[in-house]
Write a protein that binds this ligand. Structure first.
Ligand code: ZN
Length: 398
């Protein structure tokens, strides 16, 4: 099919079924690649384990001819960048690389495989991180290998970035993600798709974390009650106020998720604290909610309050660039015979950073399944071929 695939659009209606058949034939190979990755456990907080999977993944991409560049991180596992040059000079419009973005850390501690083995059960492949997002990495590998076979090399430059700390906030990798995104034509994020029909994600909420600490004064609840200043009572008032910042019409939510305070029932508590999760749908709401959080003042002036934290992931908004990328994906999926849906979700990913820079970003291109971060995590095996074909088509088209 090389003659028809030299010029875009390459996903002609004749070619699409052939491409699907190509990946159908390789379905078991894709499953075994994913399985290999799932069986290397890689919890975010275990540097040695994450470094191990980084090495294994680097080896796989290097076998495809990519140039692996390890970004060593001090407190986290290594992040991995792999650059692929095109097989031949490309048109100016395709000269910028596509950035394939993802992570290989998982939320599961070492040893989870013992209770949550990676196995095939009917149409499902199970295991820790299989959906979020080791299937995404497997799909990258197979889509790139297919493009090389179809075109005798890649039709355009591609950069892969896999980070080690996405599940714990991407603090260590964020700068790398942003600098590579700035050089890219578009960012394809291979995080899990949304729902069992595999919708891609065209909007994600931004995320903020805040901590409020209240200091009062301790005293004996029986002997010296009036000398005490109850920090828990002050926090309770603050929680009511903070919760009132939620504005569902704007897609802005404020959740007080953890509270702590006090020492004994017979002591007026001197300390109390709350952890707060903030979600915003639009960047323009970030400054406002941040200001509200920072403007909190004690109800009881004998208390001291301290607010730390901030908005740490901007929202991924459905900009014109995102919508255009989605339209391309829909067109490719249509050729492949299915209707690709889209979803706006509350959770953040590294796609929030790249979209926040204004780089066209499409997220949720990875595995289709259910149970991310849960004991029933799995992907649907039957979805893998068309997913791989969609990703390959997008790499060519954007
Ligand atoms: Zn993920």
């Amino acid at each position: 099919m090389s003659s028809s695939s030299k010029k875009a659009p390459t996903h002609s209606s004749v070619e699409a079924p052939r491409r699907l058949a190509y990946f159908d034939e390789r379905r078991d190979d894709i499953v075994s690649t994913i399985r290999e990755l799932v069986e290397i456990e890689s919890p975010s907080d275990n540097k040695a384990a994450v470094d191990r999977i980084a090495e294994a993944v680097a080896h796989k991409f290097s076998q495809l001819g990519g140039e692996a560049h390890v970004h060593a991180a001090k407190d986290f596992g290594s992040h991995l960048q792999i650059d692929f040059d095109p097989a031949r000079p490309v048109a100016k419009s395709a000269a910028k690389p596509v950035l394939l973005l993802g992570h290989y850390d998982t939320v599961y501690p070492l040893g989870t495989l013992a209770t949550m083995p990676c196995r095939v059960v009917d149409n499902k492949l199970t295991g820790p991180g299989v959906l979020d997002m080791k299937s995404g990495i497997g799909l990258m590998l197979h889509a790139l290998a297919a493009l090389q076979e179809w075109h005798g090399g890649l039709p355009r430059p591609v950069t892969v970035l896999l980070v080690s700390d996405e599940e714990v906030g991407s603090e260590s990798s964020r700068a790398i993600t942003e600098s590579l995104a700035k050089q890219a034509a578009a960012v394809l994020v291979l995080e899990p798709s949304n729902g069992l029909h595999g919708a891609v994600k065209t909007a994600r909420k931004g995320v903020g974390d805040y901590l409020i600490r209240v200091t009062g004064r301790a005293s004996h609840a029986g002997l010296d009650f009036q000398k005490g200043v109850n920090a828990i009572l002050e926090l309770a008032h603050q929680i009511e106020k903070i919760s009132s910042f939620t504005d569902l019409k704007k897609g802005l939510t404020v959740n007080v998720g953890i509270v702590s305070g006090g020492s004994r029932t017979n002591v007026v508590p001197a300390e109390a604290a709350a952890h707060i999760d903030v979600r915003i749908a639009r960047m323009k709401d970030a400054a406002g909610i941040d200001k509200k959080m920072r403007s909190l003042r004690p109800f009881n002036r004998k208390c001291k309050i301290e607010i730390t934290g901030g908005i740490n992931r901007p929202p991924m908004e459905r900009t014109a660039g995102v919508a255009a990328l989605y339209a391309q994906a829909v067109a490719i999926a249509r050729e492949l015979g299915w209707k690709l849906g889209e979803a706006a979700v509350g959770g953040g990913s590294d796609g929030n950073f790249t979209a926040g820079l204004g780089i066209p970003t499409l997220d949720g291109l990875g595995g289709v399944g259910d149970g991310a971060h849960a004991t029933h995590e799995h992907i649907l095996i039957s979805e893998l071929p068309r997913r791989a074909a969609l990703i390959a088509g997008l790499i060519e088209a954007v």
